[in-house]
Design a protein around this ligand. Structure first.
Ligand code: SF4
Ligand code: MG
Length: 332
């Protein structure tokens, strides 16, 4: 499989003044293959949106690197940077806030094309707008209307059409369905899946809800307090979650799969997500972990590959630790 995106030890810190540093993203490493959907899941405040925004260049990184099609995006010359920005687009969580209320749908979708000098002929551009509207399940009669005339689901479709206007390779979808009614969520997910097949898109799909992420993602990274704690295929994560945090997240959603049903008890996490200004020493999850041991406050757990393509950062799986657990038992 060919890699489209490689993220290496990415960090994004915000200096809050008074010597306070907020470590929103603190050393995240993963890759995304061409044509794949990679999901990032975690509670709000875990840094997943910041990671997405740093990858696309809306924020400057503090450290680490992002390679796109093998090229380090931080070293791009201005022309290459312009081309890169055409290849990578974002769909935002809030379709209400992300569309200019004073622009017509046609103007909203045309804008990126104008910026990038695509379809300079107005007639061609309009034809392209109509095509994009059809691609997302709307039609040309919607072109001259304003965002407030549409439902939330339709507005998100407009946001998707705008993201597609430049024919990108890669789309970062930051909680694209969490602001929508549950009845509409599946429709938008299905639309994203169809567009991926038709246009060969690659997605980074950011969400706090594991149930939706499973449906759309090939692989999933679980994020907690600025760090990835587990990463594997969508199926493996659901069948055999290793990290106590993943196990807790999964226990909160009903699983209609008879193979895995009944083995899970609801795990209620104690306490709140700690502040990323003062993260816990050792394992960042230890203040809420039902399995925490002495070593968890002293040492940061290593990122280790347990099975092929199944990574976890947790001392329960330290192979050489005496008294260490057999992870297959823990997982069951
Ligand atoms: Fe829990 Fe320790 Fe594993 Fe962290 S390293 S998740 S505290 S058992
Ligand atoms: Mg967010």
């Amino acid at each position: 499989m060919e890699k489209l995106l490689q993220v290496n030890n990415l960090k994004k810190y915000f200096d809050l003044g008074h010597g306070e540093i907020l470590k929103a993203v603190d050393g995240v490493t993963f890759h995304i293959n061409k044509g794949e959907t990679f999901g990032i899941v975690g509670e709000s405040g875990c840094g997943k949106s910041t990671a997405g925004r740093t990858i696309i260049g809306l924020y400057d990184r503090t450290d680490g690197e992002v390679l796109f099609n093998g090229k380090n995006i931080h070293n791009l010359k201005s022309r290459e940077r312009f081309a890169f920005h055409r290849q990578i687009q974002m769909i935002f969580q809030d379709p209400y806030a992300s569309l200019n209320p004073r622009s017509t749908v046609s103007e909203i979708i045309s804008e990126p094309m104008e910026v990038h000098g695509l379809y300079p002929n107005k007639k061609d551009r309009l034809k392209r707008v109509y095509q994009l509207l059809e691609d997302v399940g709307l039609n040309k009669d919607h072109a001259n209307r304003y965002p407030h005339e549409f439902s939330g689901g339709q507005r998100q479709r407009i946001g998707i059409a705008r993201a597609l206007a430049l024919d990108p390779e890669f789309i970062i979808a930051d909680e694209p369905i969490s602001a929508l009614d549950v009845s509409i969520q599946a429709q938008v997910v299905n639309l994203l899946k169809r567009l991926q097949m038709e246009k060969g898109l690659t997605y980074l799909f950011i969400a706090h809800d594991l149930s939706m992420v499973k449906q759309i993602s090939d692989r999933i990274g679980v994020m907690y307090l600025g760090q990835l704690v587990e990463l594997t295929t969508s199926n493996e994560l659901y069948k055999k979650p290793l990290h106590p945090y993943t196990q807790a997240l999964l226990s909160a959603i009903p699983i209609p799969d008879p193979d895995i049903e009944d083995r899970r008890e609801r795990i209620i996490l104690k306490g709140e997500l700690p502040s990323p200004i003062n993260p816990p020493s050792g394992c960042v999850f230890r203040t809420r972990c039902p399995m925490a041991m002495d070593i968890c406050s002293a040492e940061k757990p290593k990122w280790q590959e347990m099975d092929a393509n199944h990574f976890v950062a947790c001392h329960l799986y330290d192979k050489n630790r005496t008294g260490g657990q057999d992870y297959s038992q823990v997982a069951a």
